[in-house]
Design a protein around this ligand. Structure first.
Ligand code: NIG
Ligand code: FE
Length: 414
């Protein structure tokens, strides 16, 4: 089927060639003003200026007048935990009253709280709740998402989560990648037996996950009080032997060494990065690993924001993601993530949009298929209401500017 979009005020992130962007390249956001775009069977097949539109296109195929809306690649959210059971607003209130994230975790709250609920929830119900979140982020303009396990912490619980993700992959128009995060925290039964849990991950969880092809990546929460760099390395290497590339939770609360570990292992991304020093920044800058920044997690935990300027100015490749999860970022709103990156981290609108589209796509292994307006890529698109400029998107941080989305052949336009 052919679909033609006409009267696009700004067609954003148009690229003949697609590569991950680092350093200064992030500020280059190619735009065609007053443009058209042709989609052939869900794939971008042609685009250009309305002035060059062949007259025959007005009568061929399925024509959509976007009425001066802006069209950009749908958000590529390369870090989320949207498969979870229930919510944790009681801990949110505890935090308002003064408890820290670590204090809540130490008394059995936090990830362990979510794990208890998840293990008590049926697979069908877990799918229902998670599907609702997927539909929610789709309406907010997300067209691709990486989803992690890590709230099971038992063989059955982790497999249940990964099966739910697999089912979502099969059923959804969003492009989805899954990461095995069995090493999210030590379950209570293994609090004093780290070796036992690491062996469970290596000898029982990973072989089953690999045999059933339930994960694309391996993740570890490398952090004081969670998994040390040595433990994280052992677990990542076990995953790598089974073909799973690492994406690591690194440098969130402490100088964990997680960034350097990710670089050493050739991780696809190291994520969070609230707490960075020059050594970690330089290690990342001189690697192919992408640094994924999660500003809504820093915001929600009242932590210093990630040092985006230092990372970009040092030449790093940066992506932005939501971290949607019940404990540190109960929001999957990538529009807010992009705004917050501009407002609090001083990223330019161009840098933030690149980081949330093309670099986000690369940070989940989808860079050749998604994240830019490039011939041959899947037509995952956001259509906005008319806006005066690209900078208006992050500027109007509380407004609902999205008129609709196209994900391949699946359209949702008001
Ligand atoms: O990415 N930091 C570790 N994991 C999640 C939070 C998990 C939770 O609190 O439930 C994160 O922020
Ligand atoms: Fe996370």
């Amino acid at each position: 089927m052919t679909t033609i979009l006409l009267h696009i005020r700004h067609l954003v992130n148009t690229r003949n060639k697609s590569t991950v962007l680092r350093g200064k390249e992030l500020a280059q956001l190619p735009v065609i003003n007053n443009a058209y775009l042709v989609i052939e069977d869900g794939i971008i097949s042609e685009f250009g200026s309305m002035a060059d539109l062949p007259a025959s296109y007005l009568t061929s195929g399925n024509v959509i007048d976007v009425k001066e809306g802006t069209v950009l690649p749908a958000w590529c959210d390369s870090h989320s935990h949207i498969v979870f059971a229930g919510s944790r607003e009681a801990e949110f209130v505890d935090k308002i009253r003064g408890l820290s994230y670590q204090e809540i975790a130490a008394r059995g709250g936090g990830i362990l709280n979510s794990a208890n609920r998840l293990n008590a929830t049926s697979e069908a119900e877990l799918f229902r709740q998670s599907w609702e979140r997927l539909e929610e982020v789709r309406r907010l303009g997300t067209g691709a998402i990486e989803i992690k396990s890590g709230y099971g912490l038992t063989v059955e619980g982790e497999l249940k989560m990964l099966r739910v993700i697999k089912k979502m992959k099969e059923k959804s128009s969003l492009s989805i990648k899954s990461s095995f995060l069995g090493a999210h925290t030590y379950p209570l039964a293994y609090r004093d037996n780290h070796r036992g849990y690491i062996n469970l991950i290596k000898n029982e969880m990973l072989p089953l996950i690999a045999a059933q092809k339930l994960a694309d990546y391996i993740d570890v929460f490398c952090e004081e009080g969670f998994f040390s760099t040595e433990e994280a390395e052992e677990i990542c290497r076990a995953g790598m032997e089974l073909g799973l590339q690492p994406k690591i939770h690194a440098n969130q609360m402490h100088h964990s060494g997680g960034t350097q570990l990710g670089v050493k292992l050739g991780a696809l991304s190291v994520d969070h990065l609230e707490t960075m020093d020059e050594e970690a920044i330089q290690a990342l800058a001189h690697s192919n690993t992408i640094g994924t920044l999660l500003p809504t997690a820093a915001f929600f935990l009242r932590m210093p924001f990630q040092p985006a300027r230092a990372l970009i100015d040092s030449g790093c490749a940066i992506a932005l993601a939501s971290d949607y999860n019940p404990g540190s970022s109960p929001s999957g709103n990538m529009n807010l993530v992009v705004s917050m990156a501009c407002i609090q981290m001083k990223m330019l609108p161009e840098e933030a949009i690149n980081a949330a589209t093309i670099n986000g796509a690369y940070a989940m292994g989808l860079g050749t298929d998604l994240g830019s307006i490039t011939i041959g890529k899947k037509a995952n698109l956001i259509i906005t209401r008319p806006i005066p400029s690209i900078a208006y998107l992050p500027y109007a941080f509380g407004s609902s500017l999205i008129r609709g989305t196209i994900l391949g052949e699946d359209r949702m336009i008001n």
